[in-house]
Design a protein around this ligand. Structure first.
Ligand SMILES: CC(C)(COP(=O)(O)OP(=O)(O)OC[C@H]1O[C@@H](n2cnc3c(N)ncnc32)[C@H](O)[C@@H]1OP(=O)(O)O)[C@@H](O)C(=O)NCCC(=O)NCCS
Length: 177
């Protein structure tokens, strides 16, 4: 599909059903939409963005708090899910939502943002292999697919540890893995 004019904006309660429909369409199953519901119910979505084209919601992404062992003082976020309706994929909407959400995370003073997904796709936003920062996804070793973005300049000295630091997504994710 050709790129069309779009708007990226925050989510309102009235958007929830349409957001879930987009998430189901993007993943081809309901699991991720149920995850989004669990995150909303837990009040665990710190930042979320949606993409609107021709007055229709066609994309969604969410950032929720993550924790680390050994402990890392936050704010720490995980990006998931990211979903664009299939008929609007590869038109830049995913990138636009992620970039806007990352900017909002930085404005909140984010110290670390984690993501699990295609290394090539997320690498373009500056997510680096977590292993390079001695970090790993707590649920399993996801290799290069588990990536983090760290506010190096201000914090890397405090964050550094010899022990592998495990990153835990919000408990709402447990039913997914
Ligand atoms: C992954 C997803 C969110 C990307 O959103 P999008 O709006 O289609 O992507 P964008 O238009 O911003 O970026 C397009 C670029 O990313 C690449 N890309 C898109 N999806 C990709 C994927 N799954 N893996 C690798 N590269 C991908 C494209 O090749 C394209 O590269 P180019 O700019 O060099 O041509 C979207 O395809 C989607 O909803 N997929 C299904 C759900 C999913 O897998 N979500 C991610 C896991 S949480």
């Amino acid at each position: 599909m050709e790129a069309r004019p779009y708007t990226i904006r925050d989510v309102r309660d009235a958007d929830h059903d349409r957001v879930c429909a987009v998430v189901v369409a993007a993943f081809g199953q309901e699991d991720e939409a149920m995850l989004v519901h669990r995150l909303w119910d837990a009040g665990a979505v710190t930042i979320e963005r949606l993409a609107v084209v021709d007055d229709e919601i066609v994309g969604y992404c969410a950032f929720s708090p993550v924790t680390c062992t050994p402990k890392l003082v936050g704010p720490l976020f995980g990006l998931a899910p990211v979903a664009v309706r299939p008929d609007h994929q590869r038109t830049g909407l995913g990138s636009a939502m992620i970039k806007d959400g990352l900017k909002a995370c930085r404005e909140l003073g984010a110290r670390m943002i984690a993501v699990l997904g295609d290394p090539k796709y997320y690498g373009r936003f500056g997510f680096e292999p977590a292993s390079e920062k001695n970090m790993s996804w707590a649920a399993q070793d996801a290799g290069d697919a588990f990536r983090v973005m760290i506010d190096d300049e201000n914090h890397w000295g405090d964050i550094k540890t010899n022990e592998t630091r495990l990153v835990h997504f919000h408990p709402a994710f447990d039913a997914l893995s």
